[in-house]
Design a protein around this ligand. Structure first.
Ligand code: SF4
Ligand code: SF4
Length: 182
């Protein structure tokens, strides 16, 4: 779905934990897609999605890497869903000191899901594409931009328009390309 000028596209991955089998195909696909060079290795420890598993209770929760946080939070709730107990950490995508998820094993740097943004874009993120059980579903929706975002966009477009009028589209494009490489 393409959002209009005053709307932005929000990309989401819906998770149905009842359908997750714990197969970990999503972890393998994500790590392969982000390997350098692409698809050159498979290592779930480098994946930006991890399956929090408790095999004894048949609990599998796929979570995607979110922001890095230097401190543990105080979230210690236990959620009971369909008769199963899940710790609050099972649903948290933070790279935090209380567990070793979402830390790149060689560099120690935090990992973060980038929704497999690439040029050209994928039809759907890799983890969704390989999830045969349907536990992961890709959704795009349009959301209105906040006023501030609209203001910024308006200012940027006015500025670009004036540059194009003065120097021509080709020169502006070449200048932007040079700046992006410097
Ligand atoms: S690929 Fe799907 S079913 Fe398999 S672990 Fe990942 S989310 Fe669960
Ligand atoms: S959307 Fe892409 S980067 Fe994010 S967890 Fe899925 S495969 Fe990894």
């Amino acid at each position: 779905m393409k959002a209009g000028l005053n709307a932005k596209t929000v990309k989401e991955i819906k998770v149905n934990i009842d359908k997750c089998t714990g197969c970990r195909a999503c972890e393998m696909a994500c790590s392969a897609y982000h390997a350098q060079p692409r698809y050159s290795s498979v290592n779930p420890a480098r994946s930006r999605i991890r399956v929090v598993a408790n095999e004894l209770n048949d609990e599998y929760v796929p979570i995607r890497a979110g922001d890095y946080t230097p401190a543990e939070c105080n979230g210690r709730h236990v959620y009971t869903i369909n008769g199963k107990d899940y710790s609050e950490c099972s649903f948290c995508g933070a790279s935090c000191p209380s567990r070793n998820y979402f830390v790149e094993p060689d560099s120690g740097l935090p990992l973060k899901c980038d929704m497999c943004e690439s040029v050209p874009p994928l039809a759907e993120p890799m983890c969704v594409a390989v999830c045969e059980s349907g536990a992961l579903t890709y959704v795009e929706r349009a959301e209105p931009r906040k006023e501030k975002e609209q203001d910024k966009r308006g200012q940027m477009e006015v500025g670009l328009e004036s540059l194009v009028n003065q120097f021509g589209m080709k020169a502006v494009f070449e200048g932007l390309t040079r700046m992006s490489k410097s």
